[in-house]
Design a protein around this ligand. Structure first.
Ligand code: ZN
Length: 339
């Protein structure tokens, strides 16, 4: 009962990349960098295992950013042609690369770290990829002339990599779709269709992570404007419940999402965010168990997977480690209390 997992990323050691950055600079280059990424992956796996995390990830130690780590392996993108674009419905601006031709995967994207992680843990292994809707919200279109068409082209590339990851022995493939609660109507329509295309034919478990974003100032201001009750998910949960994706990951600790909305995810496993990644305050096991207890009012116990709210990449490493321990201890407490 209550197997634990994490949303995906963990902080990188300071010898691998600049700490506390969403877009860190690597400390090494060439073969040294590739070896160091795998060393850091080993640490990420061991840290999760020691904290009692049951479904572990590579901590995303091999990628600089959760979207661009994938894009680097896609042909049809001009990284030199950067344009300023309003992202997440103009919440903030970013300089993004441009799609200039038909998209296709040049090569495997995550083979090295996925196979390495598989060889070094006997626990269930989850691997994360960006979702098609979030990708098209993070790149300019100079070729397709149609966001949906471009999203489906990315979905085909994602599917190719996802199938290969499953063949590498990955147990869960999770698509990260923070754009889903920005474009609610589109998410419930072509967003989920594109996700289905990305997950087509997968023999492993599938998951989608949705969230209100990292603690960057633009997100904090946006969240402050959303009022006391965040009901955005009301629009997309019924569509997700009807989807072929098995698990939904979302933030529930310190979030204003009314947990009664979880009822709308009937039939899905809920990767229940019980660890806030936007504060350095470390949760107590008691606090973790309390969120699990509240979710139990709306979700069957066998469908609850205690998890972090979001990725922990930009956090301080010692704090992230302490939060992992709190997650493991809180789930143990919940098993005693609600078992
Ligand atoms: Zn997130």
């Amino acid at each position: 009962m209550f197997p634990t997992s994490i949303a995906g990323s963990l902080p990188k050691p300071s010898w691998l990349a600049e700490p506390a950055k969403l877009w860190p600079t690597w400390r090494l280059a060439g073969a040294d960098l590739e070896a160091a990424k795998l060393d850091a992956t080993l640490i990420a796996l061991k840290t999760q295992e020691d904290a009692g995390i049951d479904i572990v990830t590579d901590g995303e130690q091999s990628r600089q950013h959760f979207v661009h780590g994938f894009l680097e392996s896609v042909a049809g993108i001009d990284f030199a042609k950067r344009v300023e674009m309003g992202i997440r419905n103009d919440r903030y601006k970013a300089m993004v690369p441009t799609v200039t031709g038909p998209l296709s995967l040049k090569d495997r994207v995550h083979a090295a770290e996925a196979r390495f992680a598989r060889a070094h843990t006997s626990r269930k292994l989850k691997f994360t990829l960006p979702g098609p809707m979030t990708i098209v919200d993070t790149i300019a279109d100079g070729y397709y002339g149609d966001r949906v068409k471009m999203a489906f082209a990315f979905a085909d590339a994602l599917n190719q990599e996802a199938r290969a990851l499953a063949a590498d022995g990955v147990d869960v493939i999770q698509f990260d779709e923070p754009a889903f609660n920005v474009y609610m109507d589109e998410a419930a329509g072509w967003g989920i269709d594109a996700l289905h295309r990305a997950a087509a034919g997968l023999i492993c478990t599938t998951a989608v992570h949705i969230c209100y974003g990292y603690g960057i100032p633009a997100n904090v201001a946006w969240k402050a404007a959303l009022g006391a009750d965040w009901r955005q998910y009301e629009k997309i949960f019924p569509a997700l419940a009807r989807s072929r994706i098995a698990q939904v990951s979302l933030e529930c600790r310190n979030s204003r999402v009314p947990l009664e909305l979880l009822r709308l995810l009937d039939g899905k496993d809920v990767l229940l965010g019980v660890i806030d990644v936007a504060t350095d305050a470390v949760e107590t096991p008691e606090e973790v168990a309390a969120v699990i207890g509240e979710a139990l009012r709306y979700v069957p116990r066998e469908r609850i997977v205690p998890c972090t709210n979001c990725g922990m990449a930009p956090m301080r490493r010692d704090i992230a480690d302490a939060k992992l321990l709190a997650l493991g201890a809180g789930a143990r407490l919940a098993r005693q209390r609600f078992g």
